[in-house]
Design a protein around this ligand. Structure first.
Ligand SMILES: *Cc1c(COP(=O)(O)O)cnc(C)c1O
Length: 394
């Protein structure tokens, strides 16, 4: 195990370690200056008014749907091909997820199928930038506007990316970023809601903090928002949650945000190396990135063509792992997961693109410090594993 090249690895420097240590020494471990600074940095970078830090991307999505007052009887459109949280957040509020299949080229939601899925119960669309690719998000926003429903961006895989100069996180009524250790920046665990909507921001701020009133809602003219937040400690205006992001995590996030461009650049270099190295490998489909996209690379996922079965792919994954390459199988099609299959009775074949893609993906090790030599080694091993399958078949 110790020699394995991991699937992902966080990029933490002494600056991050110092910042977290300083926060620990400061005595202020929750609801403090680091959270505010982190929120400001992310909101500024995306180009929106409000940032509300939360303890995970999933919590952020939950709060946004709550704040939009989505609940039982409502339908929310969400991609069949995404991370499970894009659908679970809809279940949390008691609404019905309506899954829509993917576009085989971009792996993002199929726009024509979204339009067909809209009913008079549809209240929102969860738009995911799958693997950091924003292709189609403007069209999805236009569709939401046309039908007077909300677009919620699940931007958990896309911090810092843009399309035609428009930043990921500016398409929806609100967007949610995630900071788990495999993301572009990390806070250990964490997430952030980004929005220009004052009311939505206030509601999310209150709900993440046990339903306490937010400083903005209080008449007090005291200009220290932290004191005001403390003064209202036992006031609970609505059903809230404890989804706060702690100060150590926020301090880590601040340092990571200072390095965002450097981190994105390093990830982009690794992706380019893979594309150079794997571009000519037969049977392998690489991500297609259009020229108007400034990609925020979340993962590097290659795909086998449809001559390969689910079992072939899994054999290749096992082979890679045997050769100390930490490869993964992102993502299973969400409607085919036990919870959703049992609850809604989906059958194999209901989501042909998501199912076909999910059976053929190979996520390769992807992190800033991955060297050219390692990319070479990984690529050679992958090529070998693919040729073994085709050799046995022919
Ligand atoms: C990472 C991710 C999330 C949020 O994950 P958390 O672990 O809750 O921070 C949500 N949606 C997608 C698509 C993700 O990739």
């Amino acid at each position: 195990m110790s020699n394995q090249i991991p699937l992902s690895y966080p990029d933490i420097t002494d600056a991050e370690i110092r910042a977290v240590t300083q926060t620990l020494r400061s005595g202020r471990l929750s609801i403090g200056p680091k959270l505010e600074e982190f929120e400001e940095r992310v909101a500024d970078r995306v180009g929106r008014m409000h940032g509300i830090g939360v303890n995970s991307g999933t919590s952020g999505l939950h709060l946004v749907l709550k704040a939009l007052d989505i609940g039982p009887g409502d339908e929310v459109i969400t991609p069949a091909f995404s991370f499970v949280a894009s659908a679970n957040c809809i279940e949390y509020v008691g609404a019905k997820p309506v899954f829509v299949d993917c576009d085989p080229r971009t792996l993002n939601i199929n726009l024509e199928a979204v339009e067909r899925a809209i009913t008079d119960k549809t209240r929102a669309i969860v738009g995911v930038h799958v693997f950091g690719n924003p292709t189609g998000m403007a069209a999805l926003a236009a569709l939401a506007t046309k039908h007077e429903i909300s677009l919620v961006e699940d931007a958990c895989e896309g911090l810092g990316g843009s399309i035609n100069g428009e930043q990921i996180g500016t398409f929806g009524r609100a967007a949610v970023f995630g900071f788990y250790p495999n993301k572009q920046i990390t806070t250990g665990e964490g997430g952030m809601i980004i929005t220009d909507d004052d009311r939505l921001a206030d509601l999310c701020r209150s709900m993440r903090n046990q339903g306490r009133p937010t400083p903005r809602q209080m008449p007090d003219e005291d200009d220290n928002p932290n004191d005001r937040e403390m003064a209202s400690w036992l006031t609970h205006e609505r059903l809230g949650y404890n989804y706060r992001l702690n100060e150590m995590s926020a301090a880590l996030g601040v340092e990571q945000m200072k390095r965002l461009d450097e981190l994105l650049e390093a990830r982009s270099m690794v992706a380019s190396s893979y594309i150079r190295r794997l571009g000519a490998v037969p049977h392998l489909i690489l991500p297609t990135i259009e020229s108007n996209v400034n990609m925020s690379w979340f993962v590097f996922v290659a795909r086998l063509n449809d001559q390969f079965t689910f079992d072939d792919r899994d054999e290749i994954l096992r082979g890679l792992r045997r050769h100390d390459v930490g490869a993964g199988d992102y993502f299973p099609a969400i409607p085919m997961l036990p919870f959703y299959r049992q609850k809604y009775g989906y059958q194999p074949g209901d989501f042909p693109c998501a199912e076909s893609v999910s059976h053929r993906t190979i996520a390769l090790p992807f992190f800033t410090k991955l060297t050219e030599r390692e990319v070479d080694l990984i690529s050679q091993t992958l090529e070998l594993m693919i040729s073994r399958i085709t050799f046995a078949r022919d």
